[in-house]
Design a protein around this ligand. Structure first.
Ligand SMILES: [Zn+2]
Ligand SMILES: [Zn+2]
Length: 427
């Protein structure tokens, strides 16, 4: 099977290509990127005039709830949402029920993912049972297909355990991914501690709850020479700690989520539990610092932290509602609208965060448009408006503060391993 993508604007952050070219796919590989590729009768043709042709997008932080809460989302269903949203690869978080802490469960995820349209790379737990006590059998988990380790949903509160985890993971050169939060400082808070929490009379989570843990883990990374990746950073203070650590040569990387550069804690009064997530939305100053951190490359990755919850659970009183929002569908439109259109990011600056950077951190041979590479490709119309409504959001659970918003950037085609797995026209 051969497919030619004609006249697209090829954006490849690795080679810094930004040029109108054709791209030829043969079977599951990219075989040519050049001008005026000849189209034969048996070729499939995608006319990409006016569209961006990007490496298949990678979301290194999603929660698909299987095993355990298949009523909320499954690996198959989540993969379809990802394909529709332009993602050809996702990494699933292990805080399911049971948690992903043994080979059989890693293989189960890979097996379920085979039925779906995209690549799923499982992340396994740092600790057995995600109890924060005993380190998982990392070697075995890696040989079953795990690409990193995290106890996401919970921090590693014990410093000695964190030290050992970094030391152990270093032997395999895989990242320890942290949900940076000091639970004692969070003290059962539900939103950012500040003016808005006082006005709303809600218990606050100070930014220091995140920053203290990042500082500790940076220091432990320096001690151990391990590899640390910090998930979902939300505060300007976190950006500063990471900036300094990087300039000191410490091997750390980090991610933020689109909601941290799109929203502030002003959204809580309006959207209530739909704006309740961990870490919480912060202030305008933080939002600007996150954007600056992305622009300067201090923040390496944008990941959705896609966290579906049933509406029944989410519509409880703010205090009892679970943390988290769905993020896959709105990722591309928020990147285009907020980063490219409102903040002047180049396409390279914006999209390296969802292609080559996560690929390098997790050592995935993806995230690049180059002859010989796997044909994972995302085609986007950056000027087309989308409305975040019930047809646009195909997740079973639509817990999102962006419902009703009009944004720019429509995913037109998603191609994974040489197959068109989503086409806007046919959808
Ligand atoms: Zn988390
Ligand atoms: Zn998460």
């Amino acid at each position: 099977m051969k497919i030619v993508i004609k006249n697209g604007r090829i954006i490849d952050p690795v080679s810094r290509t930004d040029e109108i070219l054709d791209l030829l796919i043969e079977d599951d590989k990219i075989s040519d990127i050049s001008r005026n590729i000849t189209v034969h009768d048996d070729y499939g043709v995608i006319n990409a005039g006016g569209l961006l042709v990007l490496p298949g997008l990678i979301d290194m932080h999603v929660h698909f709830r299987e095993p355990g809460r298949e009523d909320i989302e499954t690996i198959y269903g989540g993969s379809k949402v990802a394909a529709k949203s332009g993602f050809t690869s996702v990494c699933t978080m292990p805080n399911t029920n049971p948690v992903i802490d043994n080979q059989a469960l890693v293989r189960f995820i890979k097996f379920e993912a085979e039925k779906g349209p995209i690549n799923v790379f499982p992340i396994a737990t740092i600790t057995k049972g995600q109890k924060g006590e005993e380190i998982s059998e990392m070697g075995e988990l890696i040989s079953a297909g795990a690409v990193g380790f995290t106890d996401d949903g919970l921090p590693i509160m014990r410093s000695l355990l964190m030290r050992r985890a970094l030391e152990y993971a270093r032997m395999f050169d895989v990242p320890i991914i942290t949900h940076a939060e000091d639970l004692e400082l969070s003290d059962d808070g539900i939103m950012n501690e500040g003016k808005n929490s006082t006005l709303l009379g809600l218990k606050g989570i100070p930014r220091e709850s995140e920053e203290v843990m990042i500082a500790r883990d940076v220091i432990l990374t320096r001690l151990t020479g391990g590899r640390l990746h910090i998930a979902h950073i939300s505060s300007g203070g976190s950006v500063e700690i990471i900036r300094r650590a990087k300039s000191d040569g410490i091997k750390i990387t980090c991610e933020t989520a689109p909601h941290y550069f799109a929203l502030t804690d002003n959204a809580v009064a309006e959207h209530l539990s739909m704006a309740k997530m961990k870490p919480p939305l912060r202030t305008e100053e933080d939002r600007k610092a996150i954007i600056e951190g992305l622009k300067q490359g201090v923040i390496d990755v944008i990941a959705s932290d896609h966290a579906p919850h049933s509406l029944n659970e989410k519509m409880q009183e703010l205090e009892y509602a679970p943390f988290g929002i769905v993020g896959l569908e709105t990722s591309v439109p928020l990147i285009i609208t907020i980063l490219v259109r409102e903040n002047g990011f180049t396409y390279h600056e914006a999209f390296e965060k969802v292609t080559v950077n996560p690929a390098r951190i997790l050592k995935l041979d993806r995230g690049e448009l180059k002859a010989g590479k796997r044909a994972d490709i995302t085609i986007i119309d950056p000027d087309k408006k989308i409305i975040v409504d019930d047809t646009f959001m195909i997740s079973k659970c639509k817990n999102s503060p962006f419902i009703g918003k009009i944004l720019y950037g429509s995913v037109e085609y998603t191609i994974c391993n040489g197959n068109v797995v989503y086409s806007h026209k046919e959808f």
